[in-house]
Design a protein around this ligand. Structure first.
Ligand code: UT7
Length: 330
């Protein structure tokens, strides 16, 4: 039994936060943000929308495009660093409830911006066990809920959104997900962190006053490790599978910074027109960024059945990973 990547869907919240808006909030400029990150605007969810609400909308599209119904989904996994609730219930359980999916396993994973690669890796193994047929994976983020809008080092980067996919069983090896690499190194944990509101620094008045509930990032240090790690990882996965960069039809990197994507793309000598760039309109949406970018390319007709996709991501933890996937949808 093999695992195939059957479908993609995404949801983009209506609200926008432009660089011009941010100029009024912190000491920054449209010119600086554009030049250093490639971001022009990001989407912001409504106050009454939680991560699961965004995830459900993306999931409905992915389920429909896979040609199945919700009751054929036999597992739901969600990657998020902005869950509906701090500890429980899981965002995956909320997504299941809203989709009317009952009596199947539903759980969240925590792998920050590498979440979607981890999801593919986990779903692939469960499918290959032979016990599951259709696994719904969702990257859903309401990052605006954990961003400090007085910190110019982070608030210019992040946005909200969700992406979802169905990973299904197949006996056709030509449709199979080829390989997934995923890894982590907790020694870098402090460089990208939400220090408060967990068991280490619990929700107490003094911790909230110090804004420990928000994301903190040593941007430049993260940047350097990200470029090096991603470049090596992508070269590695291609080499291991005896695939050359020019056999890849579409490169879908995590959208953290235009310059990181460009550095990896140029190292691979990969064509610009085959590379996904959604950073300008969505910013960094963490676990949702790869499926959101994939969905846009799919809707633009740039991803077709049988196309070979190369994915890569890097994020807090540190976590990182890459995947070589044949698109098995229609
Ligand atoms: O998705 C998870 C992984 N995340 C990432 O991969 C993000 C990686 N990091 C980055 O994308 C970049 O490091 C940033 C976009 C966050 C920052 O860009 P940078 O080129 O690394 O800038 P920097 O932090 O080295 O700062 C350069 C200067 C500093 O001023 P001085 O010390 O040179 O006077 C900063 O204070 O830019 C200043 N600065 C800003 N200026 C205007 C920092 N943020 C801003 C800002 N507007 N928003």
């Amino acid at each position: 039994m093999y695992a195939s990547f059957k479908s993609i869907g995404s949801y983009v919240p209506q609200g926008t936060l432009t660089n011009k808006d941010l100029e009024k909030m912190v000491d920054t400029s449209d010119e600086w943000i554009t030049k250093r990150t490639g971001i022009k605007e990001r989407r912001i969810a409504r106050d009454d929308e939680a991560a699961s609400d965004l995830g459900v909308k993306a999931a409905k599209i992915a389920i429909k495009r896979a040609g199945i119904t919700s009751n054929q989904v036999d597992m739901v996994i969600c990657a998020t660093l902005s869950p509906d609730y701090l500890t429980m219930p899981s965002t995956a359980a909320m997504i299941s409830k809203k989709l009317g999916i009952k009596n199947v396993m539903a759980f969240d994973i925590s792998a920050a911006c590498t979440g979607f690669i981890y999801l593919v890796s986990i779903a692939k193994v469960f499918i290959e066990s032979g016990n599951f047929k259709n696994i719904l994976i969702v990257g859903a983020e309401k990052l605006s809920s954990i961003v400090d809008y007085t910190d110019r080092g982070t608030c210019i980067l992040f946005g909200d959104g969700a992406g979802a996919a169905i990973i299904s069983s197949t006996d056709n090896i030509d449709e199979a997900i080829i390989d997934v690499h995923a890894s982590a190194d907790g020694n870098f944990g402090d460089l990208l962190i939400t220090p408060g509101c967990g068991s280490k620094n619990p929700i107490r008045e003094e911790n909230v006053k110090e804004k420990l509930q928000y994301m903190k990032m040593a941007g430049n240090e993260v940047f350097k490790v990200a470029v090096k790690t991603l470049t090596n990882d992508v070269i590695d996965i291609l080499k291991k599978n005896n695939i050359s960069a020019n056999e890849v039809d579409i490169f879908i990197p995590h959208q953290a910074n235009y310059r990181i994507i460009e550095a990896v793309r140029m190292k691979l000598n990969f064509p610009l027109e085959k590379t996904a760039f959604t950073i300008a309109k969505y910013g960094n949406t963490s676990s949702a960024s790869i499926p959101m970018a994939m969905n846009d390319m799919y809707e633009e007709g740039k991803i077709k059945k049988g196309d070979l996709m190369l994915l890569d991501a890097f994020g807090g933890g540190f976590t990182w990973g890459s995947a070589l996937i044949k698109f098995a949808g229609n």
